[in-house]
Design a protein around this ligand. Structure first.
Ligand SMILES: Cc1ncc(COP(=O)(O)O)c(C=O)c1O
Length: 466
């Protein structure tokens, strides 16, 4: 049966309209003109319905964000109620609204490290952009204007603005866009499969990567390096789980040179790893924290920069030199987003969805290993809590990648979709990811893994004929 979109517009018409006028992010533009979209019109729990009536299990919670699942009546009510009471007011020039004030206090209280203030934005990208500006401002106020370099990691993902696309360590975000900005540096990803000799222990790998960071800092001149930014698990860059001791070793280097740590908790924050924060799981001690996505389970766009007292005191003192803090967005502290976040956090706490993510996470990690770990074309199964990835290789031992031109990862994601499961092929490797809503049921999670397994069978059969 044809599923109608808004206003009863049918599948074919929607498809034509999108081909004619859609300009999609991270999309092969010419291919899209020819092939059109997968048009989603409804979501409930983990299930999505497309405009042609087909249904899918969403193994990615959208883009790692719909943590409480789609279609929550409670969220709809809370957002509608806020819309009726106060649909908008800005937060410039000391103006405030009650809901975002309550949210800021709640975030400070629940943060994984001592934090003092919260600056709201609309996306993970603009929040990390704000973090960079705050770090520069901080060093200007401190009278050390040469401290401007930001170090991030290859295959880290921190956004797409002119500044943050450079922080993101993925070539396809740089190519053709004249980024990274000149003050950005990258170090290696802590990825055992490609960055360590077989037999290297976690302790050795962590020590080596920390030594490389220190060598870079010394080569650049420590007095020029302002901050290091890292996701606890590098999500979009491949679901890269750091070796034990990594962040402890990195943290020691940063403290030695008085370099700030920005923890990008956009994916890991609010329970994805089976604990409230990735920083708790991996021992980060950040000065600044970025959140987005799971803060509202993506019901309304919202991001936030959590700022420690150490940084805040300097920023606040900056007023005597620079006047009013000249940064902010029309939609900073938007009350609809704040109401959505407060209700989302209520739901997560009341329904113990972090505990649920831990439980289903244990199932996910076990099933991924049972189903994929011994497959001759699987180089690595990795993950933690309710986030995981399966990386395909042409040969296992020693590991050899497929020719990227064969787009094996992307083909697997498409094949899984034919089996009713939406996963995501990650850039820079032939990996597909799992990051389902925390409300995923045990049978749904099994079905997601099975869908990808059937997809892999299809792709392997296809490859054998090439
Ligand atoms: C860790 C991380 N930081 C930042 C961002 C950017 O967020 P947005 O797409 O909301 O700008 C993302 C997006 O996937 C992310 O995964």
């Amino acid at each position: 049966m044809t599923q109608a979109g808004r206003g009863g517009i049918g599948h074919a018409e929607l498809d034509a309209l999108d081909k004619a006028h859609g300009f999609h992010p991270f999309t092969a533009l010419r291919e899209h003109e020819a092939n059109g979209p997968l048009m989603i019109v409804e979501g409930r729990g983990c299930q999505l319905t497309a405009s042609d009536g087909a249904t899918y299990l969403d193994a990615m919670a959208g883009l790692w964000c719909v943590n409480i699942g789609y279609g929550s009546e409670e969220m709809a009510e809370a957002i509608a109620a806020q819309c009726r009471r106060l649909s908008y007011y800005h937060s410039f020039s000391s103006m405030a609204n009650d809901v975002s004030t309550m949210l800021a206090a709640r975030l400070v209280e629940m943060a994984p490290a001592p934090m003092s203030r919260v600056f709201f934005g609309n996306s993970g990208s603009d929040a990390n952009d704000t973090q960079m500006k705050m770090v520069w401002y901080y060093n200007n106020v401190l009278g050390r204007p040469e401290r401007k370099k930001i170090i991030s990691r290859l295959r880290g993902y921190h956004g797409v603005t002119i500044a943050t696309a450079g922080l993101t360590g993925l070539d396809n975000l740089h190519d053709g866009f004249d980024v990274p900005l000149p003050m950005i540096r990258h170090v290696r990803a802590p990825h055992r499969l490609w960055e360590a000799e077989p037999g290297t222990s976690d302790a050795e790998l962590s020590a080596r990567l920390a030594r490389e960071l220190e060598e870079l800092i010394v080569a650049e001149g420590p007095e020029t390096v302002a901050a290091f930014i890292a996701e606890p698990i590098q999500a979009a860059g491949g679901v890269i789980v750091p070796p034990a001791g990594y962040f402890e070793a990195i943290g020691a280097v940063l403290r030695r040179y008085d370099i700030l740590l920005i923890a990008d908790e956009v994916v890991c924050g609010f329970g994805r790893l089976g604990r409230m924060w990735g920083s708790e799981v991996f021992g980060l001690e950040p000065d600044l924290i970025t959140v987005a996505k799971g803060i509202t389970s993506a019901y309304v766009p919202l991001s936030a920069c959590l700022v420690s007292g150490k940084v805040w005191e300097v920023l606040a003192d900056g007023g005597s030199r620079y006047g009013v803090f000249g940064h902010g967005y029309t939609y900073s502290a938007h009350p609809l987003a704040a109401a959505a976040a407060l209700t989302n956090l209520d739901i997560i706490e009341r329904d113990d969805l972090v505990g649920q993510a831990a439980k289903r996470g244990e199932q996910l990690q076990r099933r991924l290993r049972e189903v994929f770990a011994e497959h001759p074309n699987v180089g690595e199964v990795r993950g933690e809590g309710l986030i995981g990835a399966v990386e395909l290789v042409e040969q296992r031992d020693p590991a050899r990648r497929f020719d990227p031109a064969r787009r094996v990862g992307a083909r697997l994601a498409l094949a899984a979709r034919r089996h009713g499961v939406i996963t995501r092929a990650l850039p820079a490797s032939d990996s597909v990811a799992f990051s389902p809503p925390f409300v995923v049921t045990e049978p749904e999670l099994d079905e997601m893994v099975e869908g990808v397994r059937h997809g892999l069978d299809d792709v392997v059969a296809e490859l054998a004929t090439e």
